[in-house]
Design a protein around this ligand. Structure first.
Ligand code: GZL
Length: 323
C-alpha cells in the first residue's frame, strides 16, 4: 500500500516539476530556452503574432525570453546580444528590415546558437547565418492581390485602371516582395497604371496620411487602392469617405493580412479583397526550436497556407479570424 502511495506521489511530483501532464505532446521540451526579438506592436497582425508565440511557448513548455523592439533595428540587435550573453539555446527574430544583421548573426554563430527567422527575411551575402525561415510567401500574396484586381477589372469591363499603392515598411521583406509580386502580375496588362507608391510603414496613421496625399494629388482619377496591410487600409478608408467617395464602390480596395477588423469591413462592402497573411507561426517556431536543440535537421523554409477573401465569395461564411 505504501509503495502504491509513493508511486502516485512520484508521478504527481514529476508532472508538477516539468509542467507536463499525462498525454502531453512528446515534443515538449521544458529545458529549452528560446530568445525571441519581436519587431513591435504596430498592427493587429503583429499583436496576434506575439500572442500566438507566447501561447505556443506555454503549450510546448518552452522557456521564452521575449523582447519588443518598438520598430527599431538597434533594439533588435541589442536583444540578440543579450540572448547570446544569456546563452539561450535558440534565437529567433522577425527582422524589421532586411539588411544590417551580419555582425550580430556572426556573433550568434560564434557562440554556437542557432537562429530562426520568423515572418520576415534578411538580405546578406554571407551563408549559414540562419537555419530556417518560418513565414508567409509575400511574393505570392502580391500575385494574389493582382490576380484579384485583374478578375475584378474584367468583371467591371474597366479599360483604364489607375492604382495608388500604400506600401509597408521600406526595405522590409513583406514590402519588397508584395510590391514585386503585384507589379510582376500587372506588368503586361495595358489597362493597369500605378500612379504612385509611397511608404505607409504598416501603420494606421500613415495609411491615413498617404491616402490624404493621394486624394489631394489624384482625386477621382484613382480607381484602386492597393495597401500592404489592413492597418494602413483601415486608416485610409475614412479619408476616402471624407473626400466624398465610397470605398469598395467608387474605388476598389485591396488589402493584406486578413485580421478580424478588415474582414468585418469586407463584409460591409468597403474593402473588396483581403489576402490572408497568417500571424499564427508559433507552433512551427516551437517545433523547429526543439528540433534544433535536439540536434535534429530542420526545413530551410516553412510557408503556411494562405487564402484570399473577397467580394467574389459569400463573405458571411468567413469564420472568426482570431487576430
Ligand atoms: C507580414 C508582417 C507584416 C504585416 C503587418 O508577415 O511582417 O508586418 O503584414 C505587420 O501588419 O506590421
Amino acid at each position: 500500500m505504501i509503495r502504491k502511495i509513493l508511486c502516485i506521489l512520484c508521478i504527481i511530483m514529476m508532472t508538477v516539476s516539468t509542467g507536463c501532464s499525462k498525454g502531453e505532446d512528446e515534443t515538449r521540451d521544458p529545458g529549452l530556452v528560446l530568445g525571441f526579438s519581436q519587431i513591435g506592436s504596430e498592427s493587429a497582425w503583429r499583436i496576434g503574432n506575439t500572442k500566438d508565440i507566447r501561447d505556443q511557448a506555454e503549450n510546448y513548455g518552452v522557456g521564452l525570453m521575449f523582447e519588443n523592439a518598438n520598430q527599431k533595428q538597434e533594439n533588435q540587435i541589442a536583444a540578440i546580444r543579450r540572448f547570446i550573453a544569456y546563452k539561450v539555446d535558440v534565437i529567433a527574430f522577425s527582422p524589421v528590415v532586411e539588411e544590417g544583421w551580419d555582425n550580430v548573426l556572426e556573433e550568434a554563430r560564434e557562440a554556437g546558437i542557432p537562429v530562426i527567422l520568423v515572418d520576415r527575411n534578411i538580405n546578406t551575402e554571407k551563408s549559414g547565418l540562419t537555419t530556417c525561415l518560418i513565414g508567409a510567401d509575400f511574393y505570392r500574396e502580391g500575385v494574389m492581390a493582382a490576380e484579384y484586381l485583374i478578375r475584378k477589372a474584367d468583371a467591371l469591363g474597366m479599360d483604364q485602371i489607375n492604382i495608388v499603392e500604400i506600401t509597408g515598411t521600406e526595405n522590409s521583406t513583406p514590402m519588397r516582395r508584395r510590391k514585386a509580386g503585384f507589379q510582376d502580375t500587372i506588368r503586361d496588362d495595358p489597362r493597369m497604371t500605378v500612379l504612385e507608391s509611397i511608404d505607409g510603414d504598416f501603420l494606421k496613421s500613415r495609411g491615413a496620411e498617404c491616402m490624404r496625399y493621394f486624394l489631394e494629388k489624384y482625386g477621382d482619377t484613382i480607381d484602386v487602392v492597393f495597401s500592404h496591410n489592413d492597418e494602413m487600409t483601415i486608416g485610409a478608408l475614412p479619408e476616402i469617405e471624407k473626400a466624398g467617395f465610397a470605398p469598395g464602390k467608387d474605388m476598389i480596395i485591396i488589402s493584406i493580412d486578413g485580421g478580424q477588423e478588415a474582414i468585418d469591413v469586407l463584409k460591409e462592402g468597403k474593402i473588396n479583397c483581403v489576402v490572408e497573411c497568417t500571424p499564427k507561426l508559433g507552433k512551427e517556431l516551437m517545433e523547429t526550436a526543439i528540433k534544433l536543440k535536439n540536434g535534429e535537421s530542420v526545413q530551410e523554409e516553412i510557408h503556411p497556407d494562405e487564402a484570399v477573401f473577397s467580394d467574389e465569395m459569400d463573405v458571411a461564411s468567413i469564420a472568426p479570424r482570431g487576430y
